[in-house]
Design a binder for this molecule. Structure first.
Ligand SMILES: [Zn+2]
Length: 344
């Protein structure tokens, strides 16, 4: 039996070498995999063999089959063959390779959770474009020309916009706030909406800075929007995100598009406010800026600041996740490293 198999292998190899077309190779592949091929016959007859021969004969038949299939593949490559040969040599009885099912990226998972939480408070979800302009991202947001705050948000300006200004000068948005003006121009107050997305900055990356990162911003415009409303909203959202009540505090901060601006800190969840390495021994972590919309911004959005008030809040998505899971380097989120991502 072994001698017959070896002979068959030699002959079959010769036929592969002689074959000069894809059709011939396809036919050979079908023959090799057919029920009547001597290899299949040998494998089928293993049950009748004496036990001592069974192992060696089985191994020989399998190795010849693999060898011939490899020869066919090789020849197919040099003949410029197509998938047909592969299809013919496909063995349905072999165990398949498993498909790994992915999951939602932790950044998006948090964004979806926030969308749900805000929707319950009556907010719409809006999406602004990633490529925006100097007009929306600076001029309409009360950044005076040549103001140093424009420098701190230096972004990636698009080629071909040199010498242009305002709406003609395009950039990857350095923050989301420009999208709020687009929304205001298209909608009549009162309204409340959120607009998640990526922002881009031209800066050196380190553990807490990235050239692209996710923000989540909310704007309420109504006749009156007191600070207490914002505070309650933020506390409600944070409790939802962290799954337990979180202590917060508000303090003054500067951003050109709000007046007066504030920063909201949350009590460190790691040490409960006593001070630890995560909160740099302060007990509090800065998590979001915000404030009442500056009258110039409302005007840019076509809204009369004498009639309407606005309140902005901006969440740093990566920052909240870093705190929630104790992650020490922001760059992990954008690394595409499955060892990191599989933990969520
Ligand atoms: Zn702490």
């Amino acid at each position: 039996m072994k001698a017959e198999l070896n002979k068959y292998a030699e002959e079959f190899k010769a036929r592969i070498n002689k074959a000069s077309s894809v059709e011939e190779l396809t036919a050979l592949a079908s023959e090799l995999n057919s029920k009547n091929s001597p290899i299949r016959q040998a494998l089928k007859s293993l049950g009748d063999c004496p036990p001592e021969e069974r192992k060696t004969l089985g191994a020989l038949a399998n190795s010849i089959r693999d060898e011939l299939a490899a020869e066919l593949d090789k020849k197919q490559g040099s003949t410029g063959g197509s998938k047909e040969v592969n299809a013919a040599s496909f063995d349905m009885t072999m165990p398949g390779t498993g498909t790994e099912i992915g999951s939602i990226h932790p950044l998006y998972s948090l964004i979806y959770d926030l969308n749900d939480a805000f929707a319950q408070l009556g907010f719409q979800v809006y999406r602004g474009p990633d490529i925006s302009s100097e007009a929306f991202d600076f001029d309409s947001l009360n950044f005076p020309q040549l103001h140093p705050a424009r420098e701190s948000m230096d972004t990636y300006w698009l080629d071909g916009c040199a010498g242009k200004v305002g709406g003609e000068r395009l950039a990857l948005r350095p923050h989301l706030t420009g999208a709020s003006v687009r929304f205001m121009l298209d909608n009549k107050p009162p309204f409340r909406f959120v607009y998640p997305g990526q922002a881009y900055r031209n800066e050196r990356t380190d553990a807490s800075h990235e050239r692209a990162f996710f923000q989540y911003e909310a704007l309420i415009v109504d006749r009156e929007v007191p600070f207490s409303t914002v505070r309650l909203m933020v506390d409600t959202i944070l409790e939802r995100v962290f799954g337990r009540p979180v202590k917060t505090r508000m303090r003054a901060g500067f951003f050109p598009f709000v007046e007066p601006g504030f920063e909201i800190d949350m009590q460190c969840l790691v040490c409960g406010g006593k001070g630890c390495s995560v909160c740099k021994r302060v007990g509090w972590l800065e998590i979001m800026p915000g404030g009442p919309a500056h009258p110039n911004v409302l005007r840019a959005g076509g809204i009369d600041p004498k009639e309407w008030q606005g309140q902005y809040v901006n969440f740093g998505i990566e920052r909240i996740l870093m705190m929630k899971y104790g992650i020490d380097d922001l760059r992990h989120f954008h690394s595409g490293d499955l060892r990191f991502l599989k933990q969520f």
